[in-house]
Design a protein around this ligand. Structure first.
Ligand code: ADP
Ligand code: MG
Length: 693
C-alpha cells in the first residue's frame, strides 16, 4: 500500500485550482501523467529575470523590466489593423503600451486611467520611440512582490502558459509532505546535499542560470534519490527470486553431445563460455536468473537449445517464449529438426493454435509427452500446465518489461530463467534495467560473415535508389523499405508509410507489401508470410520488422530518414539483412542538411557493425533515455537522472541498495520506512507491495 503521507502527491492534477477539463488533458500530456507528482518532476528549463526596475528614462530596449507607472491615457484603435495604445508615465518619462487584438474592456479594467500599476515586460524601440507590446504582467502596486524577481520558465505546450504553470507549481510544492530522510546522514553531509524538499523547492525556484544546471547539488541529490529507488527496487525483485529454492539441473550431456555432433559448425569460443556459465547456474540449488546478451546473428538460439536440452536430460521440460508469433515460429523451425533427430519432442503453442490442437498439446504437456514447448505469451496462460517445467528461456526480453518478468518468475515451478536479448545494452544501462542480474555476453559472431555494405545518402537520391532497386528485384533479390518514425504521432508514421507504399506500387506493382504497427497481428503475419515465401519482393514497413524476423533472401534494406532513428534501432534493423555469407546492402537515407552529431551517428553506422560499440557511442552522443528507443522497448526512462551526467551515482546507488538490504532486509528501521516511501514516490510499487524481507 502506498504510504498515506504520499496521498497528496498522488492526487489527480484536476484537484489543483485552475485545472479544468481541457487543461487537464493538456497538462497530463505534457507531464506524462495525471498525478500531482508528475508535475513535481516537470522541471524548469529557464528563468526570466524581472528584477530590473529602472525609472522610465532609463528603460533599455530589449531588456525585461518591472516598473510602477501611472496610467495617463487610452488611445483606442481607429481601424482594426491598429493596436490599442495606453500611455503610462513616471516622474521621469512616458511609455506607450501596445495591445493587438485585445478587447478594449479588458484593458480598461486592467489599466484604469489615473491608477498606479506595476507592469513587467520587454520594451522595444519603434520608430525611435520606446514602447512595450503586451506586458507580461500588469498588477496592483501591493502585488509587486509577485512579479519583481526571477520567473521560472517551464517547458510548455499550446494552451498552457507559463503563468498558469507557475500557479500550478506553487500549489504542487505546497503539497509536499514532511518526509523523513531516506538517505544516510553521513553520506548526505559528505555530499553537502540538502533535504529532498529543500532540493526540489530550490529547483522549482531558480535564482540564477547556474541553479538550472543539471549537475547542481539539488539536481544531483534528486537524481541520486531516483537511482537509489531504481536500484533498491531491482535488488528487491532479485532477492525475491534468489531466495527461492531452485533445482539442480545437471544432465548427463548425451542429448547435447548428439546435437553438437549434428551441427554443421563448431560453437564459437563465446558461445562455449556462455554455455559454461549457464550450465553452472543450472547446477546450483537455487533459482537461476541470467541475462544473455548477444548481437544479432551471434548464435543465441543454439545456446538456448543446448541449455534446454540440459533440462530435458534431467527428464524435465523446458520452454522458450518469444514476443511474437513469427519469432516463435522461427524458433520452431530451427529447433524442431535438431530435436527430432535425437528423439526430443517439441511443440508450438501460440495464440493462433486451434482449440483442438491446443487441447492435444496441453494433454501431452501434462503427461510429459512434450519436452520443449515453444511459443508466445500463450505459454503462460491459465490452463497450460506442465508436468515438470524446469527451465524457461525468454527471448527478446526487453519487449516484455520488468513486470512481466516478475509475473513469469512466479509461474514456473521454481524454473530457472534465462533471458535473452539482442539489444546491445551498454554496461551502465544493464545496471539500470536489470540491476545485478547475472549476465553473459556472446561478444563474438561466427567467422566468415560478410559485412553489410552500408551507405549514407541524402533523400534527394531516392529516385535513383528506387531505380537501382528495381533492377535488383528483377534478378530475384528481396528488400525491406523502412519508413521514418515520427515521434509525436503514430498517425503520421502510418501516413508516411502508406504514402510510400502507394508510390512504390507504381514502380513495383503487386510485388510490394506493407506492414505497420497498427495492423492486426493476424494481418501482419500474413504479409510477413507472403514476404517469406517470395510472393512479395519489397516490404514497406514501419519499425515493426525490427525484431528478429528471418527472411534469408532479403539482402537489401533502405531506411528513410535514418537520422530519426536511434543507433541501436538502426543496428537491429540492419541485422535483418545480415545473412552472413551473402553480400547485403543497407542504404541510410537522410534529410539534408544534417547536424554534426547526426552526421557522426550515421557515420558510426556506416563504419561499424559491432552492436555494443554502436550502443556505447550512441550513449555518448545522445544520452541514455533515447538510444534504446525507451518508448518502444519498455526500458527505464528516468525522470530526473541523466545517464551521461549521473553515471557515477548509479554505482554508488547500487552499493547503497545492497548494503541497505543487508542491514535492514525487511526495511523496518526508521530509514527503512523512509526508503519504502521513496520507492512509492518513484512509483516502484511492484517491487515493494508484497515485500516481506
Ligand atoms: P541470434 O543470436 O541472432 O538469435 P541465431 O541463433 O539465429 O542468432 O544464429 C544465426 C545463424 O548463425 C543461424 O543460422 C545459426 O545456425 C548460425 N550459427 C550459430 N552459431 C554458429 C557458429 N558457431 N558458427 C557458424 N554459424 C553459427
Ligand atoms: Mg534470435
Amino acid at each position: 500500500m502506498r504510504p498515506e503521507i504520499l496521498y497528496p502527491l498522488f492526487a489527480d492534477i484536476n484537484t489543483l485550482k485552475g485545472v479544468g477539463e481541457r487543461t487537464h488533458k493538456l497538462l497530463a500530456n505534457l507531464v506524462n501523467g495525471d498525478k500531482i507528482v508528475n508535475l513535481l518532476w516537470h522541471l524548469p528549463s529557464n528563468i526570466i529575470d524581472r528584477t530590473y526596475s529602472p525609472r522610465l528614462n532609463n528603460v533599455i530596449a530589449g531588456r525585461i523590466c518591472t516598473i510602477a507607472v501611472k496610467v495617463v491615457e487610452h488611445i483606442p484603435p481607429k481601424t482594426s489593423k491598429q493596436p490599442y495604445r495606453v500611455i503610462v508615465e513616471d516622474e521621469t518619462d512616458q511609455l506607450t503600451l501596445i495591445f493587438f487584438k485585445v478587447y478594449a474592456q479588458s484593458i480598461t479594467k486592467a489599466l484604469p486611467i489615473g491608477s498606479t500599476r506595476v507592469i513587467s515586460g520587454k520594451p522595444e524601440s519603434f520608430n525611435g520611440q520606446l514602447q512595450m507590446p503586451h506586458p507580461d504582467y500588469i498588477v496592483r502596486p501591493e502585488e509587486i512582490a509577485k512579479v519583481l524577481g526571477m520567473e521560472t520558465v517551464y517547458p510548455l505546450t499550446a494552451g498552457i502558459t507559463n503563468k498558469m504553470m507557475g500557479k500550478y507549481m506553487q500549489q504542487v510544492l505546497a503539497k509536499l509532505p514532511n518526509f523523513s530522510e531516506w538517505l544516510d546522514d553521513k553520506f548526505l553531509v559528505q555530499q553537502k546535499w540538502r533535504s529532498f524538499n529543500d532540493a526540489i523547492i530550490k529547483i522549482h525556484n531558480p535564482k540564477c542560470l547556474t541553479d538550472l544546471d543539471i549537475s547542481s547539488a539539488e539536481r544531483t541529490r534528486l537524481a541520486y534519490d531516483e537511482l537509489l529507488a531504481n536500484q533498491l527496487a531491482l535488488a528487491l525483485v532479485r532477492k525475491k527470486i534468489k531466495k527461492q529454492k531452485g533445482r539442480i539441473l545437471c544432465g548427463n550431456g548425451e542429448l547435447r553431445k548428439k546435437t553438437l555432433d549434428k551441427l554443421p559448425f563448431n560453437l564459437t569460443q563465446a558461445q562455449q563460455n556462455v554455455l559454461e556459465e549457464i550450465y553452472n547456474d543450472q547446477g546450483q540449488p537455487y533459482r537461476m536468473l541470467r541475462l544473455l546478451q548477444g548481437d544479432v546473428g551471434s548464435g543465441k538460439t543454439i545456446v538456448a537449445l543446448l541449455s534446454m536440452l540440459n533440462a530435458v536430460e534431467c527428464n524435465s521440460q523446458a520452454a522458450i517464449m518469444a514476443p511474437t508469433e513469427i519469432l516463435a515460429k522461427q524458433h520452431m523451425e530451427t529447433v524442431k529438426p535438431l530435436c527430432e533427430d535425437i528423439g526430443v519432442k517439441v511443440a508450438l503453442l501460440t495464440g493462433k493454435t486451434k482449440t483442438k490442437e491446443r487441447k492435444e498439446i496441453i494433454d501431452k504437456l501434462q503427461n510429459g509427452d512434450i519436452d520443449i514447448l515453444i511459443g508466445t505469451h500463450a505459454l503462460f496462460q491459465e490452463g497450460v500446465i506442465f508436468k515438470d517445467l524446469a527451465f524457461v528461456v525468454v527471448d527478446e526480453q526487453h519487449r516484455f518489461g520488468v513486470h512481466q518478468r516478475l509475473a513469469l518468475s512466479e509461474k514456473g515451478n521454481m524454473a530457472d530463467i534465462l533471458v535473452m536479448t539482442a539489444t546491445p545494452i551498454p554496461r551502465t544501462l544493464v545496471l539500470t534495467a536489470y540491476g545485478d542480474m547475472e549476465y553473459s555476453k556472446i561478444d563474438q559472431v561466427p567467422e566468415g560473415r560478410k559485412p553489410v555494405d552500408t551507405r549514407v545518402l541524402p533523400l534527394t537520391k531516392l529516385n535513383e535508389v528506387a531505380e537501382a532497386l528495381k533492377r535488383k528485384i528483377e534478378t530475384g533479390t528481396q528488400a525491406y523499405w523502412v519508413c521514418p518514425l515520427v515521434e509525436e504521432s503514430e498517425k503520421s508514421d502510418l501516413a508516411a508509410a502508406e504514402e510510400r507504399f502507394s508510390s512504390l506500387q507504381k514502380i513495383f506493382g503487386d510485388k510490394v507489401g506493407l506492414v505497420h504497427g497498427k495492423m492486426k497481428e493476424k494481418d501482419k503475419d500474413a504479409v510477413m508470410e507472403r514476404f517469406k515465401n517470395g510472393e512479395i519482393k519489397l516490404l514497406v514497413a514501419t519499425t515493426v520488422i525490427e525484431v528478429g524476423v528471418n527472411v534469408p533472401q532479403a539482402t537489401i534494406m533502405i531506411i528513410e530518414h535514418a537520422e530519426r532513428f536511434g543507433l541501436a534501432q538502426l543496428h537491429q534493423l540492419r541485422g535483418r539483412i545480415k545473412r552472413g555469407f551473402e553480400a547485403s546492402t543497407c542504404m541510410l537515407m537522410y534529410n539534408y542538411p544534417l547536424s554534426e552529431t547526426a552526421k557522426e551517428r550515421l557515420n558510426i553506422m556506416r563504419d561499424s557493425e559491432d552492436g555494443f560499440m554502436i550502443a556505447e557511442k550512441d550513449l555518448e552522443l545522445r544520452g541514455g533515455g533515447e538510444i534504446l528507443g525507451t518508448k518502444q522497448s519498455g526500458f527505464i526512462n528516468f525522470k530526473i537522472a541523466n545517464m551521461e551526467v549521473h553515471k557515477n551515482l548509479l554505482h554508488i546507488a547500487n552499493q547503497d541498495a545492497k548494503l541497505i538490504l543487508e542491514m535492514d532486509p525487511k526495511l523496518e528501521t526508521k530509514r527503512g520506512q523512509a526508503l519504502r516511501t521513496l520507492l512509492y514516490l518513484f512509483e516502484k510499487d511492484d517491487s515493494i507491495r508484497n515485500y516481506r524481507g
